[in-house]
Design a protein. Structure first.
Length: 131
């Protein structure tokens, strides 16, 4: 998808339909939150809102797990430095990592920091298990 906020909205609408078609309504809130946050980060921070740069997104459903992968063309970020950071009440950055921790069971960044993979147990509803 191109790096635009409009493309994020279109992809999220398609993902909502896909979730419904695959019987994943119970997971809708958590999956959509993870998807929107990671796509926004890829478009805004990764690709600098440049519509000429693309974001790759993939959703997969296994028997027990749902996975979401988002990759941008940016330089990445130093996720290892922020891995244990907890966003404070008044902080304006770092909230995406908190969302990832709360709503995904597994979060994996590539070495460069421009790709994130989430895994979530199907049918869980509510929050994730990472603390």
């Amino acid at each position: 998808m191109p790096s635009t906020l409009e493309a994020i909205e279109q992809l999220c609408l398609a993902a909502r339909d896909w979730l419904r078609q695959n019987g994943l309504e119970k997971d809708w809130f958590a999956v959509m939150l993870l998807l929107r946050e990671s796509l926004n980060n890829a478009v805004v921070h990764g690709n600098g809102n440049n519509p000429a740069l693309w974001v790759d997104c993939e959703l997969r459903r296994g028997r027990r797990w749902l996975s979401i992968s988002v990759t941008d063309l940016g330089v990445g970020f130093r996720w290892t430095r922020l891995r244990k950071h907890r966003a404070g009440f008044e902080e304006t950055c770092g909230r995406g990592l908190e969302i990832y921790r709360l709503y995904a069971d597994e979060v994996v960044f590539n070495r460069r920091g421009n790709r994130v993979l989430f895994r979530r147990l199907i049918g869980k509803g509510g929050e994730g298990a990472l603390n």
